[in-house]
Design a protein around this ligand. Structure first.
Ligand SMILES: NC(=O)c1ccc[n+]([C@@H]2O[C@H](COP(=O)([O-])OP(=O)(O)OC[C@H]3O[C@@H](n4cnc5c(N)ncnc54)[C@H](OP(=O)(O)O)[C@@H]3O)[C@@H](O)[C@H]2O)c1
Length: 258
């Protein structure tokens, strides 16, 4: 792969977990804003299709790179590839797994995979990308950005998905520390907490309400990036729903079938 360089707006976005519906929408929105895109994920065929689509619609440079969140040892190679490709790296992390709580209760393997993918996998790649982002930001006096998709599920442990929720809660806390570290060199870290989004992850699940489209989520993320926000709920009304949920006393909350 030849060096892609930044897109016409001077930026390159690395999209981790790029076959996610939210990631695809974000990658297209990044291309529409003139950024070059590196699509990283496990399903090469799917990523090549997305890459072709973004190229046709936007004319920006789009490359596909292999990435598995669970292949911790391979994450150094992803970072090396980014270093070779661009000196203006931005990162969008979207990969994740959400098995049902019943599956987690039935098998520790589901628990392990959920925690490893959503928490350890994210921490592994972000901690390895951090020094590169710091160096690039200092040497260009630019502003490199990190956007990570967490979840409202990380705000409170619920009966119906507390394994997934606890992985996202851990991720949110890790991001608070990473933000404090990276802001010293001008790198911003945005934690995105979506409510329900219409993707493969939620397809066919009962009891969904106020479901947002992936494109709505992607557009909202760019608006929040432009405003320099640190933590956002998407769509914004989830801030108020979670404010109420977080304040229900534990003695009542533990009896709710949520
Ligand atoms: N949908 C919602 O309602 C909702 C709400 C709140 C937060 N979120 C979060 O939004 C993010 C994106 O999810 P989505 O809704 O867009 O669902 P999705 O379409 O199912 O995307 C999840 C992606 O994660 C990838 N992934 C899973 N394990 C991986 C691994 N080991 N290495 C690399 N990639 C891996 C999958 O890749 P493969 O194609 O290779 O399996 C898939 O592309 C997730 O972090 C999710 O937790 C979603």
């Amino acid at each position: 792969m030849s060096r892609s360089g930044p897109g016409e707006n001077g930026q390159t976005w690395l999209i981790l977990g790029a076959s996610s519906a939210i990631a695809r929408a974000f990658a297209l929105a990044a291309g529409e804003r003139g950024a070059a895109v590196l699509l990283a994920g496990r399903d090469r065929e799917d990523l090549e299709r997305t890459a072709a689509d973004i190229r046709v619609r936007t004319g920006v440079r789009v490359d596909v790179v292999p990435f598995d969140a669970l292949d911790y040892a391979g994450h150094d190679a992803t970072v090396a590839l980014c270093r070779e490709q661009t000196d203006s790296l931005n990162v969008f992390l979207a990969f994740g797994l959400m098995p049902s709580q019943d599956d987690c209760d039935a098998s520790f393997e589901a628990v392990r995979q959920t925690l490893e993918t959503n928490y350890l996998g994210a921490v592994s790649i972000l901690s390895r990308l951090a020094p590169l982002l710091e160096t690039q930001c200092q040497s260009r006096m630019g502003q490199n950005r990190v956007v990570v998709v967490g979840s409202v599920a990380g705000d409170r442990g619920r009966l119906k998905n507390y394994v997934y929720g606890s992985a996202k809660a851990g991720l949110h806390t890790y991001l608070q520390g990473l933000r404090a570290r990276l802001c010293r060199t001008g790198v911003s870290v945005l934690t995105v907490k979506p409510g329900f989004v219409d993707t493969a992850m939620t397809w066919g699940l009962p009891g969904l309400f106020l479901v947002a489209l992936p494109t709505t989520v992607a557009q909202a993320i760019f608006r929040h990036l432009d405003r320099g926000r640190d933590v956002v709920y998407v769509p914004g009304f989830w801030y108020f729903i979670m404010l109420i949920l977080r304040h229900i006393p534990e003695r009542i909350f533990k009896r709710l079938s949520l």
